[in-house]
Design a protein around this ligand. Structure first.
Ligand SMILES: Cc1ncc(COP(=O)(O)O)c(C=O)c1O
Length: 462
């Protein structure tokens, strides 16, 4: 950040990329709309500003400070989100024919990684709580699967989108016993360590990927990756990052990462007080009749107090209807599910948080709206019959959705949020999955990646 500001102060005239030439090339219209400094600071690899792909100066120093903050052996800036980090982590630790054990309820980036690396894949099924929230794979079953199958890589997501994390210790022990590298997609947990919540790096994960932009004050797309423990080939990891990241990484993103790391370091001192405040806030809401989730977490399981999951269904609302009412009051939620609404609270409370509480209290007093909206919950379960890479590279054909049952999917279809695929290449379509997709289409809630209405792509027979 300081190097970038220093460079700005020096104020040279740009005869290099980017094409806006530090804002000189802007039309008056654009210049009137967007702040000039956005362009002035949008630098490139000029002397003094280092190179993300071979850092020796300011970027190397910023990454070292980041590693210190998290207690990592090494940390890396990501300008392509956690997506880039997950791709690089798997490319660095698994390869063609090597075994990758992963949660089926993973973000689509995990499946992209499995395809690019060409791994042999096994999925861990998702477990659901009595409150309807996904809990992740069962940790005991995961540890057992690691011991039995002895995969090169285990890829888990923790915490999940709803902020729930399962105990990791048993899984770490199993990985150490058989030499499996544990990669944790901690996209939603960049603040966990500072908040003294049980984060994966401290529990013994080898590589942890975090979307700084999701919960810290970093620009969208800005994320980071840490490794620790010496079980990962660090040189290969660096090579993999070079492969998946842009050769023109944004200095705005990188500076925002540096600033977010700095902010987090200061927030650490306030974290306990904030968590105590959040506990009181939850109590206040629940006493006022606003049911919050999750309910009934087993000992050792943790929920992120910065995630407010409102059980709209228990209030007689649908999630989308509740989210629409919040929107009318100027509040935009993170995710409206059929029966729930997820709201992300900030590291630091401000007046907007009390506004949210007041609006929720008002809504609770007038509860009883007509539920509506499309039901996207309860994904159908499909059977894996081919590795995702095999199905991705296989010859494929487009067929009517109605005739898909029994055929092997070549499509990767997902809803965002949570970005978890409904269908993955290599899974066999079932009647249940066809009906699910048809219903989605009928109500106009179509997954991303769907090639054309009422058709899907499947692996060609023979
Ligand atoms: C669990 C999980 N992993 C990975 C990602 C990808 O992160 P990014 O958007 O930073 O690439 C997301 C994004 O929503 C996610 O929810």
């Amino acid at each position: 950040m300081e190097a970038l500001l220093e460079w700005e102060r020096a104020g040279g005239t740009s005869f290099h990329t980017p094409g806006h030439r530090q804002g000189q090339e802007l039309s008056h219209r654009v210049a009137a709309l967007l702040p000039q400094r956005l362009f002035t600071l949008d630098a490139t690899e000029v002397p003094g500003l280092d190179d993300l792909h071979d850092p020796r100066g300011a970027i190397a120093q910023a990454q070292r400070l980041l590693a210190q903050e998290y207690g990592a052996d090494e940390s890396f800036f990501l300008v392509g989100g956690s997506t880039a980090g997950i791709l690089a982590a798997v490319l660095a630790t698994g390869g063609p024919g090597q075994k990758l054990l992963m949660a089926r309820y993973s973000h689509r980036a995990a499946f992209a990684a499995a395809i690019l690396a060409g791994c042999k894949v096994r999925y861990l099924p998702e477990r659901w709580g009595g409150d309807g929230l996904p809990r992740g794979p069962c940790p005991e079953e995961t540890a057992e699967a690691v011991r039995k199958w002895r995969p090169e890589v285990l890829l888990l997501t923790r915490p999940n989108y709803h902020g729930i994390a399962f105990p990791l210790q048993g899984v770490v022990h199993a990985c150490r016993e058989v030499g499996t590298v544990l990669v944790v997609d901690e996209a939603h947990g960049a603040h966990w360590q500072a908040a003294e919540l049980p984060c994966a790096l401290e529990a013994g994960a080898d590589i942890v990927v975090q979307s700084a932009h999701k919960t810290l004050p970093a620009l969208t797309q800005a994320a980071w990756l840490h490794h620790r423990g010496g079980r990962v080939d660090a040189a290969r990891l660096r090579d993999a990052l070079r492969m998946v990241q842009s050769s023109s990484p944004s200095y705005l993103l990188m500076a925002s990462l540096d600033a977010a790391r700095w902010h987090l370091g200061r927030w650490r001192a306030e974290a306990r007080g904030r968590l105590e405040g959040l506990r009181r806030l939850r109590e206040r809401l629940e006493e006022a009749g606003i049911p919050l989730l999750p309910r009934g977490l087993a000992p050792g399981w943790v929920h992120d107090p910065l995630r407010l999951v409102v059980d709209a269904g228990a209030m007689g609302w649908s999630g989308p209807a509740l989210a629409a009412s919040l929107r009318e009051a100027g509040i935009e939620a993170e995710w409206a599910e059929p029966h729930r609404v997820l709201l992300l609270l900030g590291l630091t409370p401000g007046p907007e948080e009390e506004h949210l509480v007041q609006v929720l209290l008002q809504i609770a007093r007038g509860a009883g709206e007509v539920p509506g909206g499309a039901d996207r919950g309860g994904y159908p379960r499909l059977e894996k019959v081919m590795d995702p890479a095999g199905a991705w590279w296989a010859a494929r054909e487009s067929i009517p959705l109605e005739g898909a049952a029994g055929r092997i999917a070549a499509d990767l279809l997902w809803f965002s949020p949570p970005g978890v695929p409904v269908v993955v290449p290599g899974e066999r379509w079932t009647h249940e999955a066809v009906t699910f997709l048809r219903r989605c289409e009928e109500v106009g809630v179509v997954p991303v990646g769907w090639p054309e209405p009422a058709r899907v792509r499947v692996v060609r027979r023979g």
